[in-house]
Design a protein around this ligand. Structure first.
Ligand code: ARG
Length: 473
């Protein structure tokens, strides 16, 4: 087989606007062309489309469907196309509908018949499914790396503030003292689960659809396992109908992305609250904030607010993808072209958001005095007093009631439990002794919670070290 056959058959594909023009009697309107084309957004998968095509061509040559010369011509053409795409000199055409046909047409321009043989035993249906998986696998690897960097940042601030006391809240009411480090490590846990989830999703992304062709497979003696190996896929999709129509992996990714954004959003909500002058626990570096065009005193935490807001769009993409799939019969339907923009945007949103947070978190300016002052208000150590009485032999419910009385008296006097003298405390219960004041201090309270998962500074240091080691590049 020769690479170049300078006859009219060769020019048919190169000259006709659409690959299937021969079958149609009239062209589509401009609006329909725009409506059905995906090139404006799927061209970002060009690199992966080329990678998939090269693996396919290599396999076709290995099994003898195309010659080695054809394969070499395809490789030569594709490396030029890749260069053109990367330099930005590639001409994308709406007439050629999508990334696949644009690249194939250019290949035929460059290498002639060899380019026309590339699509043997393949369809855009299995091709696009392969491209998305290759593209998404790369995005997942980037996202997992960013999640680990963010955990690293959280753990390093946590280590520094393992003993910094702040009020812990339930119902947004002061509950018990915790350490700021412990609070931050709660987020490191969330992002750790997010990374696990993505790694799990990656397993199902990492299967090869190529070989399913349009839907039924192909009559050519293809070697799918060979293609899977060369593209780094763990295995091949086992059913051709499922291979071209499955988008579960994209839905799973969006679900993981929605959870990442949910965690980012919760953290953002706290950053906004902590930065409010009424609370004043932290300050964010100026480069993550903006001022007001009218109020000169303002410094607004725009980045966390916007991150909280962007959670909505990622949640939206998840719902859109679920809805896209719910009514589709087997196998491929054009509906599936709608999978990309939301998926791309979900990946872009988590990538940008995580990148910014990786930069922002280590630079948080912590204000331990404000945190401490807040922890001293609201009787944060009342539970410690009750626990103390239990250790002296009282049943917990009685101890709870005794302390409730003491809190009420303090409230009337406008003081804290720790401000009461020993004699005053003993009026609530005679079992109270001079060791009580250590129990009522914030430091005593957090230090006592030294079991696994507790807020004691020693524990927090240990956990922070563990996460630092785990999230090391
Ligand atoms: N642009 C299409 C998509 O994104 C590629 C597959 C087209 N297949 C087809 N039979 N029209 O899904």
């Amino acid at each position: 087989m020769s690479n170049q056959t300078p006859n009219s058959a060769q020019d048919q594909f190169a000259n006709k606007a659409q690959a299937w023009s021969a079958r149609f009697s009239e062209p589509v309107s401009d609006l329909v062309k725009r409506y059905t084309a995906s090139v404006n957004f799927d061209k970002r998968m060009a690199r992966f489309d080329i990678q998939g095509s090269l693996a396919h061509a290599e396999m076709l040559a290995a099994v003898g469907v195309i010659t080695d010369e054809d394969r070499a011509a395809i490789e030569r053409g594709m490396s030029q196309i890749l260069r053109e795409v990367e330099e930005g000199s590639f001409t994308w055409s709406l007439d050629l509908e999508d990334v696949h046909l644009n690249i194939e047409k250019r290949l035929v321009e460059l290498v002639g018949d060899a380019g026309k043989r590339l699509h043997t035993g393949r369809s855009r249906n299995d091709q696009v499914a392969t491209d998305i998986r290759l593209w998404l696998r790369n995005e997942i690897d980037i996202a997992i790396g960013l999640l680990q960097q963010l955990r690293h940042g959280l753990a390093s601030v946590a280590l520094e503030h393992a003993a910094t006391i702040m009020p812990g809240f339930t119902h947004l009411q002061v509950a018990q003292p915790v350490t700021f480090g412990h609070h931050l490590l709660a987020y490191a846990e969330m992002f750790g689960r997010d990374a696990e989830r993505l790694a799990d999703c990656r397993k199902r992304v990492n299967r090869l659809p190529l070989g399913a062709a349009a839907l039924a497979g192909t009559s050519f003696p293809i070697d799918r396992e060979r293609v899977a190996r060369s593209l780094g896929f763990e295995s091949v999709c086992r059913n051709s109908l499922d291979a071209v129509s499955d988008r579960d992996f994209a839905i799973e990714f969006c679900a993981s992305a929605a959870l990442i954004m949910t965690h980012i959003s919760r953290l953002s909500e706290e950053l906004v609250l902590w930065m409010s002058p009424r609370v004043g626990f932290i300050d964010l570096a100026d480069r993550f904030c903006t001022g007001s065009s009218i109020m000169p005193q303002k410094k607004n935490p725009d980045v966390p607010e916007l991150a909280r807001g962007k959670t909505g769009r990622v949640n939206g993409h998840l719902i859109a993808l679920l809805t896209l799939m719910k009514g589709q019969p087997l196998a491929y339907n054009k509906d599936n072209q709608e999978d990309k923009e939301g998926l791309f945007d979900a990946a872009d949103t988590i990538r940008d958001t995580l990148t910014i947070f990786v930069d922002m978190i280590p630079g948080i300016r912590v204000k331990p005095e404000a945190m401490r002052a807040a922890a001293l208000q609201g009787y944060a150590t009342a539970t410690d007093l009750a626990d103390y009485l239990v250790k002296k032999g009282l049943p917990f419910r009685d101890a709870h009631e005794t302390v409730a009385h003491a809190v009420r008296v303090c409230e009337e006097r406008g003081c804290d439990l720790a401000d009461l003298t020993l004699a005053e405390l003993q009026q609530f219960h005679p079992a109270i002794e001079s060791d009580i004041h250590e129990v009522l201090t914030l430091e005593g309270s957090v230090a006592a919670r030294k079991h696994i998962g507790g807020t004691a500074p020693d524990r927090v240091r240990e956990e922070a070290q563990r996460i630092l080691a785990e999230s090391q590049g």
